[in-house]
Design a protein around this ligand. Structure first.
Ligand code: FAD
Ligand code: MLT
Ligand code: ZN
Length: 472
């Protein structure tokens, strides 16, 4: 039963048409919980505008009626940012009908897309004109460009190309009062004062609704080599990435670290995945080299680097993929971790970053503290080690129930975040704060930083109707 007045709902329907309004509880269901079912909320209704003008009018009507809005893209976020609270008074604003690719300027190497474009479709559109859009992550088949920008998404190619912030040149945003800011400029140089787009990138829907963006394109990749390497320790991974950077420079486009525990979950729970080695090893990295040249001799470069690493004891074993199917099989071992961990009960996710050089000491110190304080917990450590970004996720001890395990969630989190801060790191590397880390951010971020963030929130959303209860 909606908490909103008939007149308000009718006014919304006039803007978006009946196709743009969902009130039926069953049809609303998929908008009210996240991919893992870790967060569930209620909403008065779901509104699906199909243009920037419609978004602006919806926001204006909500402002007039003091109704809070929760922007939503593909709903793949991992911090509950796109899920309404349980009051049943909020409106979910889904951008998925805004899925047009508005323009491609090959000479300028830019693409202009609406917020609801699925990341994979954007990658394909770039490929169709002989260019690359490099953002790549496990949820790319369903996450949207708007969600990628609102969370400043990272993924597996940040090492070479940067995160969403680095890939964005211009933005179009519907502000909290319904005005449209047209910042859709495809310029690599524009020093005309404060760079406003950076306020909205990473703001998780709390400052405005992103409706479109101008994004950077890059030359297409024509040569690719992928290897799966067994290692004795995280220190070996840091040494190996240094070696590969020296040898290959920017051709090193992927360097993903995984503990044995992470890979073991994938082998157990994801059908079709096999261990590339006969022996069990404590750590693995997936290395990807790529080049825009058609016949770049990447295999030789990889062989040289791995040969040296094996001789030094930095690497224990290695396989190099020899066809596309093998490349896909190696990436499946990496990309399957998130899903596989769900089969082992709740995953306490800690998406942290520390300087790359501190990764080994961070893992050693934090593993020890956790194992002492919570015997039997299973540490699923993996991630984008070239960015200093670890997914230091925790699964319950074998034989423990979900409820008693979750009772330790806060204590576990504090052990991990205290260590992160001690190593000069961040408690959210790429997933954002959403509702999951809102309180933790209040504890771990500096007072001045928090005050500046509140000042910005107050300036851009004085009434507090943009995704309340998230981030701040
Ligand atoms: P949603 O989940 O719908 O929303 C995320 C946040 O953005 C919410 O706060 C929402 O309110 C806000 N928002 C959405 N659209 C808009 C808009 N148009 N305007 C304003 N605010 C908006 N993330 C990474 O960074 N790197 C990874 O490697 C990675 N791997 C993942 C793997 C898996 C299997 C899964 C499920 C998720 C992964 N993620 C990763 C997290 C997630 O996919 C990304 O955060 C993604 O960018 C979210 O996009 P979305 O469209 O699903 O956003
Ligand atoms: C990934 O890189 O696989 C995700 O960002 C991590 C996660 O699901 O925790
Ligand atoms: Zn990640």
């Amino acid at each position: 039963m909606s908490h909103l007045s008939e007149a308000f709902t009718r006014a919304l329907e006039q803007v978006v048409g009946s196709a743009g309004l969902i009130q039926d509880p069953e049809r609303m269901n998929s908008y009210l919980s996240d991919w893992r079912n870790a967060y569930r909320g209620k909403a008065a209704l779901v509104v699906r505008p199909a243009s920037t003008a419609e978004v602006a009018e919806v926001v204006r009507l909500c402002r007039e009626a003091s109704v809070a809005l929760v922007p939503q893209g593909g709903n793949t976020g991992l911090c509950g940012g796109s899920i309404p609270d349980d009051s049943g008074t909020q409106v979910v604003l889904s951008l998925t009908r805004m899925s047009a690719i508005r323009a491609i300027d090959v000479a300028n190497e830019t693409i202009t897309v609406e917020a609801g474009v699925i990341l994979q479709r954007l990658q394909e559109a770039a490929t169709e004109v002989g260019r690359l859009f490099p953002l790549s992550l496990g949820a790319e088949g369903s996450c949207t460009v708007g969600g990628n920008m609102a969370t400043n998404a990272g993924g597996t190619a940040v090492l070479r190309y940067g995160n969403m912030r680095d890939l964005t040149l211009g933005l179009e945003v519907v502000l909290a009062d319904g005005r449209v800011w047209d910042g859709l400029r495809g310029l690599r140089k524009d020093n005309t004062g404060y760079d406003l787009k950076h306020l909205f990138i990473g703001s998780e829907g709390t400052l405005g609704i992103i409706t479109a963006a101008v994004l950077k394109l890059f030359p297409a990749v024509h040569s690719l080599t992928t290897a799966w390497v067994a290692l004795p320790s995280p220190q070996a991974a840091v040494d190996l990435i240094g070696r590969m950077r020296t040898l290959c420079g920017d051709r090193l486009t992927g360097f993903e670290l995984m503990s044995r525990q992470s890979v073991e979950f994938v082998l157990q729970h994801v059908t079709g995945c096999n261990d590339p080695f006969n022996e069990v090893h404590p750590w693995y990295v997936l290395i990807e080299l790529s080049d825009t040249l058609v016949n770049a001799n990447l295999a030789q470069m990889l062989e040289d680097g791995l040969g040296e690493a094996l001789a030094q004891g930095e690497a224990l074993d290695a396989v190099v993929a020899s066809n596309d199917a093998q490349v896909a099989a190696l990436w499946a071992l990496r990309e399957g971790i998130s899903e596989a961990q769900n089969h082992e009960g709740p995953s306490l996710k800690h998406d942290i970053s520390v300087p790359v050089s501190s990764i080994p000491a961070f893992i050693e110190a934090t593993d020890r503290k956790l194992k002492d304080a919570f015997p039997g917990v299973r540490i699923v450590a993996y991630g984008h080690v070239g960015d200093g970004n670890l997914h230091y996720n925790i699964s319950k001890p074998v034989g423990t129930g979900d409820v008693p395990f979750k009772a330790h969630a806060d204590a576990i989190m504090h052990v991990i975040y205290d260590a992160t801060i001690a190593f000069a790191g961040s408690i959210s590397a790429e997933h954002g704060l959403g509702q999951a880390k809102r309180e933790a951010a209040q504890h771990y971020k500096g007072a001045v930083e928090l005050e500046l963030m509140r000042t910005l929130k107050q300036a851009l959303d004085p009434v507090g109707l943009m995704n309340p209860g998230k981030l701040l």
